[in-house]
Design a binder for this molecule. Structure first.
Ligand SMILES: Cc1cc2nc3c(=O)[nH]c(=O)nc-3n(C[C@H](O)[C@H](O)[C@H](O)COP(=O)(O)OP(=O)(O)OC[C@H]3O[C@@H](n4cnc5c(N)ncnc54)[C@H](O)[C@@H]3O)c2cc1C
Length: 418
């Protein structure tokens, strides 16, 4: 006998997604129209998030994730708004050694795209509005989640109820789904903060992303599109700073703040001014000790959150989405229960290695570059220069940054899910 009796006012779907951030939204979009129905619950008012002014945050999206966003119908809202990243220049403080990735060394495609937070949210929102097999509950919250061998039942704060075969925790770093399932995390803080803002500048950025390693941490200058084009040349700054200095820097007026920033990145962009508010994010590494439980999986920051040194946090979350959507859709087409342990184990096997390697790589890079110890500096500068002169090694790293390495799900290869 089923342990749970479904009531008439209940929403019944295959997959309940808790969290409508970039990862939850993209998963709902990926499942839409595939025969795997979903419901998504978010505590935030997603409509309000779409209408909000630009908050200064932008993301680097790898080439393979651009293909994913295109395949699930989100990219069409971004085509006119995303800035291609053609080259990446990596330098170490004042050292003359550097590493230059030119996209033409790996093919015709850009290495990735810079996308602004509000444009991505809007494109996702509009995609889900057009999907008739995705139920969105926002703002709302899951008050009670009961999982058993038959399915998942959620009671919402609004009084609604959802029954599903599987619940996906895509509810970010402080995941309620993860905590409710008793899944612990391993976590350490970096004693660094990420200061993020958008700047307008005199000279064109030529679609080059710069990352300069400074003793306090990496300083990235990432090309944005003029929005509207007449708004001129804009870039996104991601400035890693020691926690002890961050309040002082954030407390500076705009002119002094920009003077400090320019001390760090120089004057190759000509005159530079702030083009929006500044934000600060405490930086830490965190990963869930397990990715699945009975009828439950984790994805995105709920599963793994990393240092932004390589701009890979969201990219890893989107790779989770591509793998999970493929596993679920293939299972449904074979008549399998999408919440079955064997189905979920396939997702976990697929993602565990990639995520662990990226967590280790971002952590290692930050430790290697965020210091000013002379022998370490010399070794890493020689390393940068050596990679720069070894085309096959360089191409390998470029293809990694583009998200083209590994056992890629169909959506990341630019293929259809069904
Ligand atoms: C300074 C900085 C720069 C970064 N730059 C990049 C970059 O360039 N490229 C990149 O790939 N990544 C970048 N990242 C990482 C990226 O921001 C995250 O990895 C990404 O936002 C995670 O998306 P998510 O959907 O998993 O989680 P979130 O964006 O945190 O979304 C979680 C969602 O869940 C909802 N929620 C929370 N609790 C509940 C609940 N109990 N019930 C229902 N809903 C709930 C929230 O309202 C939210 O909408 C950066 C991060 C930082 C700090």
């Amino acid at each position: 006998m089923a342990a749970h009796v479904r009531t008439q006012c209940e929403t019944q779907v295959d997959v309940l997604i808790v969290g409508g951030g970039f990862v939850g939204n993209t998963l709902a979009a990926a499942l839409a129209g595939t025969g795997v129905s979903s419901a998504m619950v978010d505590t935030a008012d997603l409509r309000e998030a779409v209408d909000a002014e630009f908050d200064g945050r932008s993301f680097a999206v790898s080439l393979s994730n651009q293909r994913l966003l295109a395949g699930v119908g989100i990219w069409e809202g971004l085509v006119e708004r995303a800035a291609p990243i053609l080259d990446i220049r990596i330098s170490d403080n004042r050292s003359l050694m550097f590493l230059h990735y030119d996209h033409r060394e790996a093919g015709d495609d850009p290495m990735g795209f810079m996308v602004e937070n509000h444009h991505l949210r809007r494109a996702q929102y509009e995609r889900l509005q057009a999907a008739d097999d995705v139920r969105v509950f926002a703002p709302d919250r899951v008050e009670r989640l009961i999982r058993n061998q038959h399915g998942v039942s959620a009671e919402l704060g609004s009084g609604g109820k959802v029954w599903a075969r599987l619940v996906v925790g895509a509810d970010g770093r402080s995941s309620m789904v993860r905590a409710d399932a008793g899944i612990g995390t391993t976590r350490w803080s970096y004693d660094q903060s990420g200061i993020v803002c958008t700047v307008r500048h005199e000279r064109h950025h030529n679609n080059i992303a710069h990352e300069r390693f400074l003793p306090a941490g990496p300083f990235a200058i990432l090309p944005l599109r003029g929005d509207p084009p007449a708004a001129g040349n804009r870039s996104s700054l991601v400035w890693t700073e020691r926690n002890v200095l961050t309040p002082t820097i954030m407390g500076l007026d705009d002119t002094s703040f920009m003077a400090e920033a320019r001390l760090r990145f120089g004057d190759f962009l000509g005159e530079v001014e702030l083009a929006g508010p500044r934000y600060v994010f405490p930086l830490s590494l965190q990963f869930a000790q397990r990715l699945m439980e009975q009828r439950l999986v984790l994805a995105g920051d709920a599963a793994h959150a990393m240092h932004p040194i390589a701009g890979q946090g969201l990219n890893m979350g989107l790779r989770d989405v591509a793998a999970l959507a493929e596993v679920l859709v293939d299972a449904a087409r074979l008549g399998q229960d999408v919440g079955d342990q064997q189905v979920l184990a396939r997702y976990v096997r697929w993602r565990r290695f990639d995520n662990t390697m990226m967590l280790a790589a971002t952590d290692g890079l930050n430790r290697l570059f965020s210091n000013d110890v002379s022998p370490v500096r010399l070794a890493r500068d020689l390393g940068l220069a050596a990679i720069n002169r070894l085309p096959p090694v360089k191409r390998f790293f470029m293809r990694h940054a583009m998200g083209l390495v590994g056992d890629l799900p169909r959506l990341l290869r630019g293929e259809r899910l069904i």
